[in-house]
Design a binder for this molecule. Structure first.
Ligand SMILES: Nc1ncnc2c1ncn2[C@@H]1O[C@H](COP(=O)(O)OP(=O)(O)O)[C@@H](O)[C@H]1O
Ligand SMILES: [Mg+2]
Length: 415
């Protein structure tokens, strides 16, 4: 009887869904903790920008650092440039997150000038020792730079520089030129602490991530022999050349862990409990997830009319040895077929023109002349077909409930 790996699979899936375990970035983590602790432990204000491409782990790094702090030591304010699109919205959210609206009337409803002066007043009233530290995270920091006069950024950085109440501002962005976006007066108040985060660039780093995501640690409630078997198998997978090649391929198409996590989750979901994760399982899932035949996907997304036009186009191209064609030729060929089969509704010409245009927009057919000649009517514009009949045949066989007459028509192109 085989070993039941169900618990292991459930454990791994839970880990992937929770997605809260940072891997690597030890140096960066320490640096960030130092900055934040300066504020929470000693009341010194500071600011920092974390810079890195999308999906490189900026948010997960910050979350893991904040999780390691004791909740009583600080108040967290989270802002996002995509949500707080102007200073007023951002300000209202700050006041609400700091639960200040109840202190002195309904300020979050008041005017922008009221709110900002209230906030600055509160900052000024605080001091290093008595006030609770505030950690303010500005995700999509670059978007805050486009707010009018950068008033909010100016006031926040000014309050950091003048060491009013303890405030730590952390900006997250993927814009490498973010400092250039700051106005002079804002730039001069920013601490120029910038942390660069680099996504994995070597196969070995990605393999490490792979291992980190799949190894079960000893704290999990899994029987010792099952755990040993599972972890040994993961070690074997990592040393397999096929897995290394797969990682190489993955690294070429994406520089973050999102695709890797998706692949692992898919592979785990598609295996039964009494089987262990295999190379074939991973490679098969990789092919179905990321190596899709996009032309086939496009063809399957066509309407029946559009597919019929594609068949006409392919027939025409075969008969005339890939010579260019225009709409009239294809329309003629399609009508002949549609009239012969009374079961098919003959559609209006205008509708067929639209369908033909959609095929062209999807680049299943390509115009012969790159620049459109305004003197030629669109019905007479010349095109060439970019796919062959076999592809259309494969798509038609997979197409959901395609009328049989159309399937027969594909193989009999002499109409
Ligand atoms: N060092 C890492 N450890 C674990 N997971 C990571 C790491 N870096 C990136 N990831 C994964 O990549 C995904 C995107 O990371 P995220 O922190 O949201 O990126 P960013 O905020 O830089 O756009 C996360 O869901 C996480 O699963
Ligand atoms: Mg993020």
């Amino acid at each position: 009887m085989g070993i039941d790996f169900g618990v292991c699979i459930q454990n791994m899936k839970k880990k992937l869904i929770l997605n809260d375990q940072l891997h690597g970035f030890d140096k960066e983590q320490n640096e960030l903790i130092q900055i934040i602790k300066k504020t929470t432990d000693f009341g010194e204000s500071d600011s920092m920008i974390i810079l890195g491409p999308r999906g490189c782990g900026k948010s997960i790094l910050l979350e893991s650092v904040i999780k390691s702090l004791s909740p009583e030591s600080h108040t967290l304010v989270l802002l996002n440039g995509l949500i707080h699109t102007d200073d007023n919205l951002a300000l209202k959210s700050i006041i609400q997150q700091l639960q200040m609206e109840n202190l002195d009337g309904t300020f979050a409803e008041g005017s922008y000038a009221d709110n900002i002066s209230f906030l600055l007043e509160s900052f000024r009233a605080g001091n290093k020792t008595a006030s609770k530290s505030i950690i303010m995270v500005l995700d999509r920091f670059d978007m805050f730079c486009s707010h009018t006069n950068q008033t909010l950024l100016y006031n926040l950085f000014d309050s950091v520089q003048s060491q009013q109440s303890p405030l730590c501002i952390i900006g997250l962005t993927s814009r490498i030129d973010v400092i250039e976006l700051l106005e002079k007066r804002v730039k001069s108040r920013f601490s120029h602490n910038i942390m660069m985060l680099n996504p994995p660039s070597e196969i070995s780093q990605l393999l490490e991530r792979f291992k980190h995501s799949l190894i079960i640690n000893k704290h999990c409630k899994v029987k010792a022999d099952v755990l040993k078997n599972w972890n040994n198998n993961i070690e074997l997978l990592i040393s397999d050349v096929r897995i290394q090649n797969l990682m190489k391929d993955l690294l070429k198409s994406s520089n973050n862990s999102t695709k890797l996590n998706l692949l692992i989750f898919h592979a785990l979901s598609n295996m039964s409990n009494d089987l262990i994760l295999t190379v074939e399982n991973l490679t098969n899932n990789y092919t179905t997830l990321f190596k899709k035949d996009m032309i086939l996907v496009h063809l399957l997304g066509l309407s029946v009319l559009e597919l019929c036009l594609m068949i006409s186009i392919c027939h025409h191209s075969e008969i005339y040895d890939q010579e260019p064609f225009n709409f009239e030729m294809i329309y003629d060929r399609y009508c002949k077929f549609a009239l012969r089969n009374s079961t098919l509704l003959v559609t209006k010409r205008q509708v067929i023109i639209k369908a033909f245009e959609r095929i062209s927009v999807m680049q299943l057919i390509l115009p012969v002349a790159v620049i459109e000649n305004k003197n030629v009517l669109r019905e007479y514009r010349l095109y060439k077909c970019s796919i062959n009949l076999d592809k259309v045949k494969t798509a038609s066989n997979l197409y959901f409930r395609l009328p049989p007459v159309i399937l027969q028509w594909i193989d009999s192109n002499i109409i």
